[in-house]
Design a protein around this ligand. Structure first.
Ligand code: ZN
Length: 324
């Protein structure tokens, strides 16, 4: 076919675009995989594997599969071993490895997860999820429904060849399992971690409840983000649940405040303290019932009391609904 000058230039342009497209596509396509491989390698050599199946890869893999391609990119479940060092606890080990606290708990079957000893071995899985033993009468489909995960993902991550041949007692890793409150409590219980909040002070008067009230300073309607407990000046204040201290010091109207982070996105706050116990510092782990300070009247307070908050993912909850 004979092309005029403009026609020739046009076809040349089209060709350049096609080649450029292939090059760009090839580069990105290739990078996706080589980078992942590189990440695994470097981190493995450092002894910690924080590799997580990114949603992007899973989505890509789903589309690849629809096109009839391979799905070798989904990492099968595996663990590496980490030896506990001074200052470690399951929370900070989980965070360093970009894992969920429940993931570490379920994989490790610890009897006393809140008491790790130095040198103790902890299994670090290569992705988030829950390791669970299949009970009698349960199927992979049940697991998929219980934890809101696709059956295909469970099959792939566990490299199951015949889903119908899975026997009760088999350990299955449920990748990206969405853990309900009840399931979370069960995992905590199995790991020897108290799953219920307890009162931070001994039985006493509740002088102000959670919710809207008349502000004692401005006399205006204002939201009270916790409960006020008045066991008397200097009374012992203890941690309502196991966790990690994320703040210990002075914070505005709270006065002397301790903030503790717990599993499952929960945190508790203890305000207006007269004194913070010396062991209570940022990053330290505390166990339920351990003393964290004493009741006081610091900050924006009208008398000796403890201002106690329970939060989930930063939002305050009514503590009375979360303590027995
Ligand atoms: Zn208060």
């Amino acid at each position: 076919m004979k092309l005029g000058r403009p026609g020739f230039i046009l076809s040349l342009l089209v060709e350049i675009c096609v080649i450029a497209g292939i090059v760009i596509y090839g580069t990105f396509y290739h990078d996706n995989y080589s980078n992942e491989g590189g990440l695994v390698q470097t981190i493995q050599s450092a002894g910690i594997i924080p590799l997580e199946v990114s949603q992007e890869i899973l989505d890509k893999e789903e589309t690849d599969d629809k096109k009839g391609g391979t799905y070798a990119v989904v990492p099968s479940f595996r663990t590496s071993t980490y030896r506990v060092r001074n200052g470690d606890n399951l929370w900070n080990i989980a965070r360093r490895n970009n894992l969920d606290f429940y993931t570490l708990l379920s994989v490790n079957h610890l009897e006393k997860a809140n008491k790790l000893s130095i040198g103790q071995k902890v299994k670090i899985p290569n992705q988030r999820g829950i390791l669970r033993t299949l009970q009698k009468g349960e199927t992979i489909e049940d697991m998929a429904l219980m934890y809101d995960v696709s059956i295909r993902k469970i099959i792939r991550v566990n490299r199951i060849l015949d889903p119908y041949s899975i026997e009760p007692g088999t350990e299955l890793f449920i990748p990206g399992a969405k853990v309900t409150l009840a399931q979370g409590r069960e995992i905590l219980k199995q790991s020897g971690i108290p799953a219920e909040f307890c009162w931070p002070v001994n039985r006493c008067r509740i002088t102000s409840r959670y919710g809207y009230r008349r502000d004692p300073f401005t006399r205006r309607r204002a939201f009270h983000s916790g409960v006020d407990l008045a066991p008397g000046y200097g009374a012992r204040v203890s941690a309502a649940m196991n966790g990690i201290v994320t703040f210990a010091g002075w914070m505005g109207g709270y006065g002397k405040l301790v903030v503790i982070r717990h599993a499952g996105g929960y945190s508790t706050r203890y305000g207006h303290l007269s004194r913070i116990s010396s062991r209570i510092r940022k990053g330290r782990s505390v166990s339920q019932g351990q003393q964290i300070g004493n009741v006081g009247n610091t900050g924006r307070s009208t008398g000796a009391h403890l201002h106690f908050e329970i939060r989930k993912n930063g939002r305050t909850l009514n503590p009375l609904n979360h303590i027995n």
